[in-house]
Design a protein around this ligand. Structure first.
Ligand code: LHQ
Length: 261
């Protein structure tokens, strides 16, 4: 049974984590299938946006805690190995994906599942969804980029509170804090996230990829370095066919037909 569902339509690849009986917690199969789906979406020029969601009542409950590789059985396990092999490449793949990744958080997002959502470019959540930095509840520390994303999105005070307590945040609270973009009624989530992804798939994809690069670099760059990077990326963007089309459409007072090239 596949652990991930993949649908392709109108330039959007929709990837659905599909182990609903475990709230889509990550086992080896789900990791490998998600990695393959993301790699394929990245390499396929016809795919211009990715939509990530979960099936059933959860988005993703983080690591499958019943998987043999993480059960201590009285001894110790090397949890770092799983981070190195799966979670870190996953975050890097999403952040470096030169196309937008939208996340539709359909239900509870816990542990690595919460931070997987935060790694995406635009995050919408169902009103019934929630976010739990569950790590300290089981004697672990955050991973999947949590200590990078949380302070930047919601500030140090709230990041410390969430990581140190493992308290649950409702989708509404998450949106109010700026952890995610917005909350959508449960029955409208996939339609709204799908429409957003489809609009992004009609955008000048190369520009969006370069914008993502600049935003990621801004986390560590000085203003001077960032200004230089913006100059270089602007030069790069203007080499694309979509820039020619964008200018032509503006001058001809019509909407642009971007190809993503
Ligand atoms: C699960 C899980 C789960 C297995 C629900 N595993 N079955 C990286 C590398 C290496 C090591 C470890 O960690 C990491 C990164 C991490 O992600 S650590 C954090 C791991 N995740 C958690 O600690 C969250 C664990 N889950 C929960 O606390 C609850 O399930 C939440 C709060 C997410 C949802 O609670 P409920 O809505 O009450 O649902 P439930 O607990 O009844 O879960 C439904 C089923 O899903 C249940 O199975 P059952 O057979 O009893 O119906 C759970 O056992 C199963 N499940 N999460 N992570």
């Amino acid at each position: 049974m596949p652990a991930v569902k993949i649908d392709r339509a109108q330039g959007v690849t929709t990837i659905t984590l599909d182990r609903p009986e475990k709230l889509n917690a990550f086992n080896k199969e789900q990791h490998e299938e998600l990695a393959a789906a993301l790699r394929e979406a990245e390499e396929d020029g016809a795919v211009r946006a990715v939509l990530l969601t979960g099936s059933g009542r959860g988005f993703c409950a983080g690591q499958d805690l019943s998987e043999r590789a993480v059960v201590t059985q009285g001894g110790t396990v090397d949890t770092g190995a799983s981070i190195e092999k799966y979670y870190n490449p996953l975050v890097r793949r999403i952040r470096k994906m030169p196309k937008p990744v939208v996340c539709a958080v359909n239900g509870v997002a816990a542990g690595a599942g919460a931070n997987l959502a935060l790694a995406c470019d635009i995050v919408l959540a169902a009103r019934s969804a929630s976010f739990i930095q569950a790590f300290a509840r089981i004697g672990l520390v955050m991973d999947t980029g949590g200590s990078h994303f949380l302070p930047r999105l919601i500030g140090d005070a709230r990041a410390r509170y969430l990581l140190l307590t493992g308290d649950k945040v409702t989708a509404e609270q998450a949106a109010e804090w700026g952890l995610i973009l917005k909350v959508v009624d449960d029955d409208k989530l996939m339609a709204e996230a799908g429409a957003l992804a489809q609009n992004l798939a009609k955008a000048p994809t190369r520009s969006l990829g370069l914008i993502k690069r600049a935003l990621d670099a801004s986390a560590t760059n000085s203003l001077d370095a960032q200004l230089d990077l913006e100059r270089d990326l602007q030069r790069e963007a203007a080499k694309g066919e979509d820039y020619k089309e964008g200018i032509a459409a503006f001058l001809e007072k019509r909407s642009a037909r971007f190809t993503g090239r």
